[in-house]
Design a protein around this ligand. Structure first.
Ligand SMILES: O=C(O)CCC(=O)C(=O)O
Length: 355
């Protein structure tokens, strides 16, 4: 289904009951009907007028307010949540428009133009929110935030490292090889970080939000994963990390790849066994993605975020965001870690590396 999100100039999402909220649930999803924009949850109908000059922005009159319209997800947010709860993984689609994708890919290409590593593996392209409005906008997407907050059982969430734009270079030396290792679960489900006995808690402590700027395909190293492995509640076994990954064979017989359209995101429980499979980028092209490790905001981040917060104070991206997006960048990327609630699991000093 074609859906839309409507927001006010502050960037808050209009819900069918007339409320503007910071995140977007089912009631923030609008569909085009002959009489106007229809809200399936409340039955509300809004008349709309299109801006004839740009054709890009449609405004709708609700009690005199001007609203901005952008494409919404294909399904209702609650459907992604159900899938995430049942399967530990969902693909949240339509988070970036094709214009945003093109612009971001151009920005990434110019930032890495002089990098010597042209093949075999991922390049980190740094703290995206400081140089790209498109990165800041997609990491604060209101449906994604609703989904992750609801899954983690708290509105107080944060990112455990600055949003990390990565570029997977085409394989060359690695072509046809089966490198060992790489299987892991994501932060805070790292050995020595979270008490082992708490990995099985029903309330998850981490969700990964990896935005596929490029389409993730089998031929450009879409992330490998073991379906349903989030339910194992343990670090991958040694044999999983031995002797290279041959999908469909031996211990890796059930391994699949997380294929997803450009502009969508892989959202998975951080306990999912998965691996960056550099050797499978046989496309001859770069594969761009934005990685985010998301937890309740009392969980210690993986890296010290103070320098990133400092850099952001002079970033010109901030002026181009809505008030709501700015506040979200601040709380997700730059705010201090909160105190743990009573009874919270102990999270030890994290390893200083990306998962
Ligand atoms: O880039 C990839 O395909 C893998 C990403 C990953 O391993 C992670 O986010 O932990």
């Amino acid at each position: 289904m074609n859906t839309y999100l409507l927001s006010n100039s502050a960037g808050e999402s209009l819900h069918g009951d007339g409320r503007y909220l910071l995140t977007a649930n089912d009631a923030a999803i609008w569909q085009q009907h002959p009489g106007g924009l229809h809200n399936a949850v409340y039955g509300t109908v809004l008349r709309q007028t299109t801006d004839g000059e740009t054709g890009a922005v449609t405004t709708t009159d609700i009690e005199g307010a001007t609203l901005f319209m952008r494409p919404g997800p294909v399904r209702f947010p609650s459907e992604y949540l159900t899938e995430l709860r049942e399967e530990g993984f969902t693909i949240l689609d339509n988070l970036m428009t094709s214009d945003e994708v093109l612009r971001l890919k151009g920005d990434v290409a110019s930032r890495i133009a002089r990098n010597e590593q042209k093949n075999d593996g991922r390049l980190g392209v740094g703290d995206g929110v400081t140089w790209s409005v498109d990165v800041a906008r997609v990491v604060t997407h209101p449906v994604a935030l609703w989904l992750m907050q609801t899954y983690l059982g708290t509105n107080a969430i944060h990112f455990c490292h600055p949003p990390s734009v990565t570029c997977m270079r085409p394989a060359k030396e690695l072509l046809g090889k089966f490198p060992p290792l790489g299987w892991h679960t994501d932060y805070p489900y790292h050995p020595g970080v979270l008490e082992r006995e708490r990995w099985g808690d029903d309330q998850p402590l981490g969700v990964q939000y990896n935005i596929c700027v490029d389409e993730f395909r089998a031929d450009n190293a879409a992330t490998q994963y073991l379906p349903d492995s989030f339910a194992l509640r343990q670090w991958p076994t040694e044999e999983f990390n031995t002797g290279g990954t041959r999908m469909g064979k031996g211990v890796h017989k059930d391994v699949e790849q997380m294929t997803a359209p450009s502009g969508s995101a892989l959202v998975y429980d951080s306990r999912t066994w998965h691996r960056a499979c550099d050797e499978l980028n046989v496309s001859g092209e770069d594969r761009v993605a934005i990685l985010n490790a998301v937890t309740p905001s009392w969980v210690l981040p993986m890296v010290d975020k103070t320098m990133s917060a400092k850099n952001y104070t002079i970033a010109e991206t901030d002026n181009r965001l809505t008030i709501r997006e700015r506040k979200d960048v601040k709380r997700l990327c730059h705010a201090k870690t909160r105190k743990p609630p009573k009874g919270a699991p102990t999270v030890k000093h994290p390893e200083r590396r990306l998962g």
